[in-house]
Design a protein around this ligand. Structure first.
Ligand code: ATP
Ligand code: LTN
Length: 333
């Protein structure tokens, strides 16, 4: 791989569930096109995954599956650094240092924490609370310039910028201040059975389309998608959330604009529209599913990618951590 000085990218997804059409459209699809202009680091955020109760054997299995899915989505391991977060201990080490430069008041404002805490009132653990500090460490340790994420992660990138700015203010220019990179269309794909809530992988239901769903399942999920009683395919994110969400999905999968979609389905019923959206999604996801299944049969190949990714990521991360330890005054002979 050519490591000439290109700006850097870091992003990741926690292996807490099956990847969804939302993770694909909001994040991975956009990662794929960046490697020409950036040095790209994409991780499997397993440290973040244990902030919710989980089954260890499922986490282990999902991590490898998610790697296969990253590659199947088009992330070429020769051109992108693909790695597992827990294999690079510097993330957790930097997170501790950064936690001493993060204010409780800042963490109290995080909407994802409030949201997750309300959903798991029996397990509001400290990791869930300090999650954004670890995420800041993930980003800052690679001196990332850009962080491609969906809309829900914007606040986390903002707190990361604040922490980096505070640290730099005390110790000089240690960290690159990253910018979020959020897609214009598809930054927030909504659940098919509840267009008021985000399509999410940890709340699996008929409303989430999974990357590994079969064509039949995908078609049946779109058939049941919640719409409205107006029977007109028209983009109105305020008043027609279900239809607007389906239009967004169709637009991303086909490259058609909202105007083109409105013209295409003028005078046609929702049944025809939902079928067309389902078919477009099947066409997008099917090759990914098949390639992921093929890759999963070659564990040795996937392990080799992890080893290579860990090596490159550890090298960059180690350099930043040494600099930080020096700055804060940890003694080294
Ligand atoms: P969980 O349910 O475990 O919190 P999730 O499904 O919300 O997970 P994340 O792992 O939090 O997914 O997100 C992975 C990436 O995909 C992030 O960049 C996130 O912003 C993006 N993303 C996730 N869901 C959607 C969605 N519905 N629409 C657009 N982007 C999304
Ligand atoms: N919190 C993110 C996952 C994540 C991440 C990161 C994304 C962990 N560390 C660093 C971008 C950069 C999420 O998707 N829920």
């Amino acid at each position: 791989m050519d490591h000439a000085k290109k700006p850097r990218i870091l992003s990741g997804i926690k292996p807490t569930g099956e990847l969804t059409l939302g993770s694909y459209i909001g994040a991975i699809k956009n990662w794929v096109k960046l490697y020409d202009d950036y040095e790209c680091f994409y991780m499997l955020a397993d440290l973040h995954a244990i902030t919710v109760r989980h089954d260890p054997s499922v986490l282990r299995k999902r991590t490898l599956e998610q790697l296969a899915q990253y590659i199947a989505c088009g992330l070429d391991p020769e051109k992108n650094v693909l790695f597992i977060q827990s294999r690079v201990p510097a993330h957790a080490e930097l997170a501790w240092v950064l936690s001493c430069y993060t204010m409780m008041g800042e963490l109290n404002r995080m909407t994802q924490f409030k949201d997750k805490a309300s959903k798991q009132s029996d397990n509001i653990n400290a990791g869930l609370y300090t999650y954004p500090v670890l995420m800041a460490a993930d980003i800052l340790i690679y001196q990332a310039d850009l962080v491609p994420v969906g809309d829900d992660q914007k606040q986390h990138v903002e707190i990361c910028r604040d922490i980096a700015g505070r640290f730099n203010g005390i110790y000089g220019d240690v960290f690159t201040i990253p910018e979020p990179y959020i897609p214009e269309v598809g930054a927030r794909i909504m659940s098919l059975d509840d267009p008021e809530s985000k399509m999410s992988k940890s709340e699996e239901s008929g409303g989430s389309v999974l990357l590994m769903d079969t064509p039949e399942i995908i078609m049946s999920k779109f058939k049941r998608a919640v719409t409205d009683s107006e029977a007109s395919v028209r983009y109105d994110a305020e008043n027609k959330k279900g239809i607007s969400n389906l239009m967004t999905v169709y637009s991303v999968c086909t490259g058609k604009s909202f105007i083109e979609i409105e013209n295409e389905f003028e005078g046609k019923g929702y049944g025809i529209f939902k079928k067309a959206v389902g078919e477009a999604v099947v066409e997008t996801l099917c090759p990914i599913r098949e390639e992921a299944l093929r890759l999963l049969k070659d564990k040795a190949y996937l392990d080799e990618i992890i080893a290579k990714g860990t090596e490159r990521a550890s090298y960059i991360a180690g350099r930043t951590l040494s600099k930080v330890y020096k700055k804060v005054g940890f003694y080294r002979a």
